[in-house]
Design a protein around this ligand. Sequence first.
Ligand code: PGD
Length: 768
Amino acid sequence: MSTGTPHSSHWGAFRAEQTPAGVRVTAHPDDPEPSPLLGNVAVAATPTARVLRPHVRRGWWEDGPGPDPRRGSDEFLPVEWDELLDRVAGEYRRVLDEHGPQAVFAGSYGWASAGRFHHAQSQVHRFSHCLGGAVRSSWTYSHGVGEVLMPHVVGNQEPLLSPTAWSSIEAHTDLVIALGGLPAKNSEVASGGISRHEVAGRLRAARARGAQFVLVSPLRDDLAAELDADWLDVVPGSDAALLLAMCHVLLVEDLLDRDFLERCTAGADVFLASLRGAGDGVEKTPEWAAPLTGIEAGRIRELARRAARGRTMVTVSWSVARTRFGEQPLWAAVALAAMLGQVGLPGGGFGHGYASTGGVGRRSGSYPLPTLPQFADPLRLRIPVARIADALLHPGEPYEVDGRRERYPHLRLVHWAGGNPFHHHQDLLRLRRAFQAAETVVVHEPFWTSTARHADVVLATTTTLERTDVGAARYDDRLIAMGRVHPPLGQARDDYAVLSALAARLGVGERFTEGRSAEEWVEHLYEQWRTGPAARAGISAPRYADFIAAGEFALPPEPAEKVMFASFRADPGTYPLRTPSGRIELHSQTVAGFGYDDCPGHPVWLAPDEEPDEEFPLRLIANNPATRLHSQLDHGATSQAGKVAGREPVRLHPADAAALGLADGQVVVLRSRRGSCLGGLLVSDAVRRGVVQMSTGAWFDPVAGAAAGVSCGYGNVNVLTRDIGSSRLAQACTGQHAAVRVEAFEGTPPRVTVFDQPTASGRSAAAG
Ligand code: PGD
């Protein structure tokens, strides 16, 4: 192995060493295809965009807590740690005493960084549980639709977390129909870490054996060119129509597996009748789907026949469901796979999220990992994760989710660590108003992200390079002894140190820390795991000192190649699914009973409710980026190398660019009903006509935006997207799509300011 300190990130294991030229990063030698995202790591060790000491927003410091329209544009003052922690503890005490824990939001959604002990959300949750709890969030931005829908349809979340193994696809699948593709960029990352990147190799091996691929996506590069796929460049948001039409072909041409439907599904009669027009009088033929999807009827018919000819895997990326009515394409894909009758067979059936991260399909996640205990949540009050702005703006108002009627709590204190809502949420100008409605916003961040800039209190946090930890992830096969690469920059402290200091001030210090330092905790978690759950699972792991000396520990291989629902398929009576019927529910009486017209009891076609019009004629795809993970290290070398004219790239088909008189490389303005941003144009025929693609994760820069007369001067696509739930069922993120227009930017583009240190008066905070 190369020199340097072992380390790990969501995009790969590596070694890092401090050199006079900065931190040098070398990929793990066993990684067959290391991610280019490693090129972003070194910038974290430089002062650029780092929060080097604690800061406070002037208005909050001087005028006290309360809703404040200055939040997001006020000055920041550097302050001393102790003085600031005293004030934050006092504010916690005020809110808890006057309003109780239901007034504190500590959901802290976000990926933060790799490492089992310093995992920021786990730290905040443990802290708030010591204080009587706080409001938390349910589900994820990644796959919120699947998390709620799949338990109704197949009884659990297996299809989105650990579907049939890649090795099974590699060996057995004849045809992969990939809705949303299997994009290399997303398979490079995995929450918690990934020590070997294998997805591209698996796909190549399947292709070499003879597997064929069909890519269903408006973007050609959602599947590697080397796989030689047929590209169905569907209209964004129309996948459910395509899938229903394929189901219709199987039905009318009698290509369906009636025995499987009989033995293993419930409600097939209702679903099949709906394909023939029951309910709405519309036969879901390929001719019906053609104008909706932009795919000729003949191609749809042929694809259905092809799927029935061999072993077929239908995959739906997480992003396809990250849309309005995103429940429908996912449920329709399950229905198609059920009609093909291959669920539970090697290489057949369906999966949700292959290549959406590198973890899906890799391992079954059956081995335990070292885990920070969080105590029980005394409050148990949650909101759907993507409804945070609604909650802040509409306290006490009712909403529906998954068959329940709930009310939003009145959130006064927002405490966020390890996430970037001003990256991940939709309609950022609305989120800004929502944050302004809070009384106090506390953010732990290593970087001056837009979330930090919308806080009252910014707690300067270390990065993983500045601390030790155990790197491990549920679907990976190694534990990495993450070592400290360099000392903390400025006055940055670990989240644990900050929370320990707050806990002590709030009288729960001993409970929170159990008397251990961070380094003692890391060893303790590892040893607890080694001698407890790992030993019980038959894993013989080295003692901590030996683990550190070796730099890593490889988990044993899993016993057998996973085929999802194999035992259920073989014997549904003995191994029923955890649905009310014990089978795959093609019609769910439970969901039907909720009475939601935006998610009825079986898969249907629901036309998108923000369609292009004269004012906003293009369909935006706001997908995850190829040059960074989400918003992380946007100022890193790989991310910056991908910018166009210093802004986030905007891709447009050559014919659309020509019609608009736009040229490659120029600065453009994107506008939607909600906001506007600058971007740098890339003309590309990998994008369907009528579609514009801009990735998420460029830091929201309202300052540069103001100079340019737009909402964001750098290219944060979430100023354009819509803050609305997928449906009343899942209430999940719908950030993938919006209707927009693109025009030339006239004038001199403003300087991007979002990586600068924020303005401070220079006065000491104590001087007021
Ligand atoms: P990250 O950029 O990973 O985005 O949203 P998420 O909030 O996870 O944010 C993590 C933050 O944690 C960073 O700001 C980083 O600096 C900080 N951090 C890292 N390490 C530490 C630490 O040790 N301590 C502390 N305190 N902070 C740390 C991702 C979310 O975005 C996701 S998962 C998806 S899938 C969504 N996808 C889309 C989409 O497809 N389309 C749109 N329009 N929007 C999306 N948003 C969602």
